[in-house]
Design a protein around this ligand. Structure first.
Ligand code: CP
Ligand code: NVA
Length: 308
């Protein structure tokens, strides 16, 4: 059974194959209307369940469109309308859904829900974001970086701001794809040490540099994300903003990186908070290619999961 639960739980050769496959599939669709069926229809006669226990724009639409392009159908479910939200166990939900659908994507809170679903499902399960990681996002980010800039292996990536779920997957990717990563943010919001240790053990240089301008020196890619994630308590907003304000990605910070450095943000962005309009809309920003690439990367992930 091929689940896609985390960047670290997937073999580096498989990750590479998925990125290359995504790029090929993207090229064959260039300029076509979005609903044009792919030349191959690997998901013909397949049904995919998309479960959302948190809001989503990109993940929801890109999975749905990707399944349709590959000839399959989707069922989109929100946590509150399922028995899952009313006391049915995750294990039983996994067993039941596996009798109806061929693949399950879930966006949830605690990572243990994802793991439990995968343990009891008899069809592949894909992580569509948990409080702890967001691997589909980082597959799209690697694809986007390589389209614009060339191989990511050996590059220097700087994560600015909150050491959150998306940062965690980016650090895992550093270890798996062989790039270096500098985290710049307040000590109170550092990524979990285990992510850093695992990437270092795979040979990547992972540094923490508190001064953002120092951190971005030599950077090929600067990435940030919202200062308040969906799992963060609203009551922490002011404290988080106060801690994170020095790490805003603005033109001055971009100017301290390499002149051809790229800017990424998984979106949704809070313009004027973690990033300025000038950077979001500037020549170094690839945010909308990054959003589009969710579609192509996830199609490759789904095909890998189903062995197609
Ligand atoms: N980047 C991302 O996962 O966006 P959504 O929350 O809109 O799915
Ligand atoms: N860190 C953000 C990412 C949203 C795609 C969150 O978890 O809310």
């Amino acid at each position: 059974m091929r689940h896609f639960l985390d960047i670290n739980k997937t073999d580096p050769a498989d990750l590479r194959q998925m990125i290359d496959h995504a790029r090929e599939m993207k090229q064959t669709r260039a300029g076509l209307p979005k609903g044009t069926p792919d030349p191959e229809q690997p998901l013909k006669n397949h049904i995919v369940a998309l479960i959302f226990e948190k809001p989503s724009t990109r993940t929801r639409v890109s999975f749905d469109v990707g399944v349709r392009q590959m000839g399959g159908e989707t069922i989109v479910l929100t946590g509150s309308e399922m028995q899952l939200g009313h006391g049915e166990s995750i294990a039983d939900t996994a067993r039941v859904l596996s009798r109806y659908v061929d693949l399950i994507m879930i966006r949830t809170f605690d990572e243990t829900s994802l793991i439990e679903l995968a343990e009891h499902a008899t069809v592949p399960v894909i992580n569509g974001l948990t409080d702890r990681t967001h691997p589909c996002q980082i597959m799209a980010d690697v694809l986007t970086f390589e389209e614009r800039h060339g191989p990511i292996a050996g590059a220097k990536v700087v994560w600015a701001g909150d050491g959150n779920n998306v940062a965690a997957s980016m650090i895992q990717a550093a270890g798996q794809f062989g790039f270096d990563l500098t985290f710049t943010g307040p000590g109170q919001l550092d990524p979990e040490a285990v992510f850093i240790e695992e990437a270092r053990a795979k040979g990547s240089k992972i540094e923490i540099v508190r001064d953002p301008e120092e951190a971005v020196k030599g950077a090929d890619l600067i990435v940030t994300d919202t200062w308040v994630s969906m799992h963060d308590k609203v009551s922490t907003r002011e404290r988080r903003h106060n801690l994170l304000r020095p790490y805003q990605v603005n033109e001055r910070l971009m100017g301290a990186a390499k002149s051809d450095a790229v800017f990424m943000h998984c979106l949704p962005a809070h313009r004027g908070e973690e990033v300025t309009d000038a950077v979001m809309d500037g020549p170094q920003s690839v945010i909308f290619d990054e959003a589009e690439n969710r579609l192509h990367a996830q199609k490759a992930v789904m095909r890998w999961c189903l062995g197609m």
